[in-house]
Each structure stands twice: as structure tokens, then as C-alpha cells.
Design a protein around this ligand. Structure first.
Ligand code: ATP
Length: 307
């Protein structure tokens, strides 16, 4: 039996096991669209980075219990089987022939439909957390394959850190680096459809493609001016004309930051700063705008156990 929005019990019994995880958001430092595939997806090439802006995902496994119960504090997030965390739990529970039930509680901190991979992060945290709680013998590679069934960004969210992404975003090469910069995220309060942006993408309208290899070198060498110079996202050619407000906010961010770029299909804009003080000053300068603002650091992990 699966119930939506069932009440969250405060005290787990001794037969229950519980774990709280931080599900980190992701930004892209650069993004190129390589080609439209016959299956309708697009091959991309870009650099993904986890950030410490994270949802909190609490999982409770009820041994002998049944079904999935999900609760989220954000009214815009589905509490049923279309939630990516629910689908992730279902994939793992299917292996147990109904011998366990799962309660999922999501505290949403990553803005939704913002180009920050929030749903994928919740799915990744659910996969990692349930593998541990249910003591399932699933390798990291197999978990990534399961994650890909849920969404192109889930394999990255499982690994986290800094990676060069190809394919639909699921072919990943870790980039060894220690990011020495702070991040400011600005998310305008408007809806951008990822599918619509990719559908409308026209390579003929792109006048500058990112140098992904160049960005990789600058990351490995911790060269912030070089990183800033390579911050290019070809999807800006679709989202900016559709939403001029996003283009204007990107211009403001560019004036305040070392480098700025749109994340994913938008509408979030990312600014990089030499330190957190600089990011906080820019955040204060943008505070009058009706936007979501967050500043912090890159994260070396996609999913972390809460301490
Ligand atoms: P994408 O580019 O894949 O759309 P995104 O990062 O821009 O990703 P998400 O925050 O993942 O956007 O949300 C996209 C949509 O997915 C939302 O509109 C929401 O209805 C649905 N969704 C499903 N599960 C979740 C979840 N756990 N958190 C947020 N949204 C979810």
C-alpha cells in the first residue's frame, strides 16, 4: 500500500532504522550542447560542480513495513510517485519483495525547477541512504546505472565534486581539484521548462562555445581568472531572449563577480568570488531584487551524512 503525505511519526521503533543526509545541489561552470540525439535527448559537454546548498533527506526504513510514505515541506514538490526520491526508493524496494517500507522526509532548500538539480540530488541521497539502511550489496557502478534510469543528473549527484560531463550528462570524468572560490546563486522567481529550452536550442545562434578542456585546466591549476573567463553556457541563447529579466540579472552578477554564468537551462545565475566576504557583499547588493539568494562553497561530495 502506498500513501501520500502520511503523518511523520516522531519516534522510530527499535525495528526501524533512520538516516539523515544532505543532498547537495549542482551548478555547471560551463555547458555546451553537442547534438540532438535520435531519441530526442541532447548530448552535452560541460563541467559540473556540487555546492553546499543542500536539501535535507531523512529516510526511515520499517522492517516488515510496507510501501513508501513521503513528506516535503515545499508545496510545489510532488509528495507521490512522481517525486524522484520516491522513484529512487521504489527501485530499491523492488529488490526486497515488499519486506520493508520507507518513510522519506525532505526539507527543501534547493529552489525547484531552477537548474540546480534538486530533484536529482534527493534521488541520489535516497539511493545512497537506502543502500546503507537496507544493507543492499549494490556497487557504486550499479547504483549509477539505477540513478540514470531516474534522470541524467542523478549519476553526477551520486558522485559529486567536480566532473567533466558528457553524453546526456551521465558520462563522468572526475576532475581532481580543490576549488578555492565562493559561489553566489541567484534564482529569479519564474518558471523555465528544461525540455522547452532544449527543444528551442539552435546551434546557429551560438557565437561562443565554452572551452571545456580550458576550464578543466584552470580548475586543476586553481586559476580563478581563467575559470571565470571560460564560464559559458550555450543555453543562455534560448533562456535569455525568452526571459529578458534573467539576462539583466546575469549582467548584474557579471559586474559584481569574477565570473558569472546561467546554470543548466536556468533561471539560476551563478557568480564566482575569490572569497565568501566578496560573495556576501554582492548578495547584499542584490538583496532588493525579488529573487532567491544563497552564497557558500563548492562541495567535494554530492551526498553527505548529516552530522
Ligand atoms: P531539471 O533540469 O531536470 O528540470 P531542475 O534542477 O531544474 O532539474 P528540479 O528542482 O529537480 O529542477 O525539479 C524539476 C521538477 O521535478 C519540479 O517541477 C518537480 O515537479 C519535479 N520533482 C520531482 N521530484 C522532485 C524533488 N524531490 N524535488 C524537487 N522537484 C521534484
Amino acid at each position: 500500500m502506498m500513501k501520500e503525505g502520511a503523518p511523520w511519526e516522531a519516534n522510530p521503533t527499535s525495528r526501524d532504522r533512520e538516516l539523515t543526509l544532505q543532498a547537495c545541489g549542482k551548478i555547471n561552470l560551463c555547458l555546451d550542447v553537442v547534438r540532438r540525439r535520435p531519441d530526442g535527448y541532447h548530448d552535452i559537454r560541460g563541467i559540473f560542480q556540487s555546492i553546499s546548498l543542500a536539501d535535507e533527506v531523512t529516510l526511515r526504513v520499517t522492517l516488515g513495513g510496507r510501501g513508501i510514505h513521503l513528506r516535503c515541506d515545499h508545496p510545489g514538490v510532488p509528495a507521490g510517485p512522481t517525486n524522484l526520491a520516491w522513484r529512487a526508493a521504489q527501485l530499491l524496494l523492488d529488490r526486497l519483495n515488499g519486506e520493508a517500507g520507507v518513510e522519506i522526509h525532505i526539507v527543501k532548500r534547493i529552489p525547484i525547477a531552477a537548474g540546480l538539480g534538486g530533484g536529482s540530488a534527493d534521488a541520489a541521497a535516497t539511493l545512497i541512504g537506502l543502500r546503507k539502511l537496507l544493507q543492499l550489496p549494490i556497487s557504486d557502478g550499479e547504483l549509477a546505472r539505477l540513478g540514470r534510469e531516474l534522470g541524467a543528473d542523478v549519476p553526477f549527484c551520486l558522485r559529486g565534486g567536480t566532473a567533466l560531463a558528457e553524453g546526456i550528462g551521465d558520462l563522468l570524468e572526475d576532475i581532481p581539484c580543490t576549488p578555492a572560490y565562493a559561489v553566489l546563486v541567484l534564482t529569479p522567481k519564474l518558471y523555465v521548462s528544461t525540455a522547452e529550452v532544449f527543444r528551442a536550442f539552435d546551434p546557429g545562434k551560438v557565437d561562443r562555445r565554452p572551452s571545456v578542456e580550458g576550464m578543466k585546466r584552470h580548475l586543476e591549476g586553481s586559476c580563478l581568472p581563467g575559470i571565470a573567463e571560460e564560464m559559458v553556457n550555450v543555453l543562455e541563447t534560448v533562456t535569455f531572449p525568452l526571459h529578458p529579466q534573467v539576462a539583466e540579472l546575469a549582467e548584474r552578477m557579471k559586474r559584481l563577480a569574477c565570473g558569472a554564468v546561467m546554470s543548466g537551462s536556468g533561471p539560476s545565475i551563478i557568480g564566482l568570488f575569490a572569497d565568501l566576504d566578496g560573495a556576501q557583499r554582492a548578495m547584499a547588493a542584490l538583496e532588493g531584487e525579488d529573487v532567491f539568494l544563497w552564497c557558500g562553497h563548492p562541495s567535494p561530495r554530492g551526498v553527505r551524512e548529516a552530522t
